[in-house]
Design a protein around this ligand. Sequence first.
Ligand SMILES: NC(=O)c1ccc[n+]([C@@H]2O[C@H](COP(=O)([O-])OP(=O)(O)OC[C@H]3O[C@@H](n4cnc5c(N)ncnc54)[C@H](OP(=O)(O)O)[C@@H]3O)[C@@H](O)[C@H]2O)c1
Ligand SMILES: [Zn+2]
Ligand SMILES: [Zn+2]
Length: 352
Amino acid sequence: MFNAKAYSAASATSPLAPTTIARRDPTDTDVQIQILFCGICHSDLHQVRDEWSGVMPTVYPCVPGHEIVGRVTKVGSAVKKFKVGDLAAVGCMVDSDGTCPECKAGLEQFCPNFTLTYNFPDKHTGGVTYGGYSDGIVVDERFVLRVPENLDLAGAAPLLCAGITTYSPMRHWDVKKGKKVGVVGLGGLGHMGVKFAHALGAHTVVFTTSPSKKDDALRLGADEVVLSKDANEMAKQAGSFDFILDAVAVPHDINAYINLLARDGNLTMVGAPDQPMPVSVFGLLFKRRSFSGSIIGGIAETQELLDFCGDHDITSDVEVIPIQKVNEAYERLVKADVKYRFSIDMASLREE
Ligand SMILES: NC(=O)c1ccc[n+]([C@@H]2O[C@H](COP(=O)([O-])OP(=O)(O)OC[C@H]3O[C@@H](n4cnc5c(N)ncnc54)[C@H](OP(=O)(O)O)[C@@H]3O)[C@@H](O)[C@H]2O)c1
Ligand SMILES: [Zn+2]
Ligand SMILES: [Zn+2]
């Protein structure tokens, strides 16, 4: 074992604070990574504050972070894909059984025995996994991704969660030219959703509660922007969408969006509010509409996404912050004051 610097929360009400954690020495199949940037996902905030206590209670101390890019500093003897000095990335998962039907289908995100990057039982240490708000991490090479060299690293980090989480359902629901696609909530996930819907050729409409984000939505690739609190603007869009991606982190009126779907249209939730949201069944019956969810994406698809972003020069619009500002960033996330992802420059932790 070796010591790594990190930021952790001691309880649901404690701010994140500097700490030291133990990481395992790399095994034969492991890659050791010096973390350069780590994005701040709203899931980090949900988890740190134990807002998902009903589904995934938080184990403290909690070191969040699952949008990790860095450089390889050590490799195990059996590692084939990476060598010291390579760029490398890690997302929301660090292990799975590799043998179940989901894993065999390349859908590790649905494996009943997967290991999430933080707040999950750690098979190696017997403790809990610690995420990317740290200067280093050790991960089995099966869960380490390659980063295209042309991408800005601070902006590439959020691709590992915000990117794959929006890309995967768009591919699954066949977003392409000729389709009308909505994206609800212009935050970290939402702004990536806009970039992908646009890059895939769809007519893209952003739904936002923030009038101040209108110009940015158009710049990010939206063809139209709707203020979701304006009933007239919403009514004009009724029954017209093939697909809507909802990336809002708090409970809200889901039926308002179901009613915007055309026949056979689908509304997919990627936002993960902590409370149930009522669905009016009649909204689904009348046009054979469907309402579903999606969680991140498999490892092969995450690599496909990173390569797609390399080819199309897509990264997240980031505000780079030192780790000492992480608690301030959390407060701004709660207020939807994010443009459009915070990315922590981990040099600030090494220098601490
Ligand atoms: N399914 C998955 O695999 C997965 C992966 C990652 C994250 N998530 C979840 O996805 C959600 C979004 O994450 P994120 O990192 O993108 O969060 P975020 O950056 O905080 O963005 C959320 C956006 O939701 C909108 N919003 C906020 N309050 C609202 C309200 N009261 N009513 C309507 N809209 C509101 C805001 O956009 P506007 O200002 O435009 O309204 C806000 O920017 C979180 O719940 C997170 O846990 C799920
Ligand atoms: Zn995330
Ligand atoms: Zn499996």
